[in-house]
Design a protein around this ligand. Structure first.
Ligand SMILES: Cc1cc2nc3c(=O)[nH]c(=O)nc-3n(C[C@H](O)[C@H](O)[C@H](O)COP(=O)(O)O)c2cc1C
Length: 371
């Protein structure tokens, strides 16, 4: 039976973009750009087109320059060949009536010399983030990166701008800046990994500076209503020493207040994956998304562990404007239709998350729904 009392399934006018619903496909790195040039492959176009009934698709994280590469077979958006590859993806999604943003990322110190032609990865400071990098030989421990010069920071910001320009040329409808733990931006935000003494380190305002310089560069290319950013303020597992610290809460208050004036499409917030008791951010545990709602005037996209029920609930309560779903979209290309018709969700096979070509990628069937 069709379920009509569902805020998730309501249309949404996002600036001049009409979204069919408020179910967003969150970025999912799937490792199917299996060529040395990291060009999107034909199966990627099919994969995204299969999921075009989402109100909005956020592409997998894509690299803004060669230095940003930190995971095998992940596509870039810094060469013309990559742009041509992405054109087939955006066309396939648009042909199915979908809307798709490109997620722009740089992994910074999370890279590995094996992915950097033997060179050290770069980071805000020479501090090993104590995480792991997915290299051609499997997962390897991260190393101590080389400190970026201020000039390198400025040229990296220009690379984000060029990538945003490329995303426009490739036919994307907007961009999302990838700033969740594990990536370069949170390495600047974290006290543990940013020891700089110039204008990009020290005070929380200085540590956050790179965010605004990246956004300022991107909105020279895109109207701000097509630009978004994804944060994971309380991510704890699998991210090495880039952890919430005693300045995380004032830092995010500062960032969100400053973002008020940007008129972004949305700020995308990843929720807590574990109990925050005893951590420096334990006061966020209760009513997590309300804290962000109360500190930011613009649109909020909520993420992590949502179901149809909890997604509808947070929208009804008003603590988010959209809900994004990551893993549920892997085995349920028709997630929206399943929500609509109360069809149980299929489980995804973790063994094919990052490898397997077509298998576990474009092979998940849609549910048989009779209208
Ligand atoms: C296989 C896989 C790949 C992911 N790749 C990305 C990525 O490229 N960029 C990103 O921001 N988040 C990435 N994520 C995180 C998801 O976007 C999402 O934040 C997370 O899965 C929590 O949402 P969920 O509980 O609905 O899955 C990935 C998650 C998974 C499972």
């Amino acid at each position: 039976m069709e379920n009509t009392l569902s805020p998730l399934l309501e249309e949404y006018q996002l600036g001049d973009l009409k979204l069919k619903n408020r179910v967003v496909m969150a970025s999912l790195t799937r490792g199917r750009a299996t060529n040395p040039e990291l060009i999107p492959t034909p199966i990627m176009a099919e994969y995204y087109a299969q999921r075009a009934s989402a109100g909005l698709i956020l592409s997998e994280g894509t690299w803004v320059n060669p230095q940003s590469i930190g995971f095998i077979n992940v596509p870039g958006i810094y060469t013309q060949e990559q742009v041509e590859g992405w054109k087939t993806v955006t066309k396939a999604v648009h042909d199915k009536g979908g809307v798709i943003f490109s997620q722009l990322g740089h992994i910074g110190a999370g890279a590995h010399p094996d992915l950097q032609k033997g060179e050290l990865p770069v980071g805000p400071s020479p501090v090993n983030i104590q995480s792991q990098s997915f290299t051609p030989e499997g997962f390897k421990d991260t190393v101590t990166p080389r400190e970026m010069t201020a000039a390198e920071i400025h040229s990296t910001i220009q690379d984000y701008k060029k990538a945003a320009q490329n995303a426009k040329e490739a036919g994307f409808d907007g961009v999302e800046v990838h700033a969740i733990a594990g990536m370069l931006i949170p390495q600047f935000l974290s006290i543990a990994t940013n020891r700089r003494t110039d204008e990009y380190g020290g005070s929380l305002e200085n540590r956050a500076r790179i965010i605004f310089e990246i956004l300022d560069a991107i909105i020279e290319v895109w109207d701000s209503s097509r630009v978004s950013i994804k944060f994971s303020p309380v991510m704890i597992s699998h991210v090495g020493i880039v952890q919430p610290d005693e300045e995380t809460i004032p830092l995010f208050k500062y960032i969100l207040k400053k973002l008020d004036s940007y008129n972004l499409a949305f700020v995308h917030i990843v929720g807590p994956a574990e109990d925050l008791s005893g951590t420096p951010v334990d006061q966020l545990q209760e009513d997590y998304f309300a804290h962000f709602r109360n500190n930011y005037k613009g649109r909020i996209m909520a993420n992590l562990g949502f179901s149809k029920e909890s997604g509808n609930k947070i929208l009804s309560e008003g603590n988010a404007d959209f809900v994004s779903f990551g893993e549920p979209f892997i085995a349920n290309p028709d997630l929206v239709e399943r929500f609509k018709h109360n069809v149980p969700l299929s489980q995804s096979d973790r063994d094919t998350y990052y490898t397997g070509e077509e298998n576990g990628y474009i092979t998940y069937p849609k549910a048989l729904i009779t209208e």
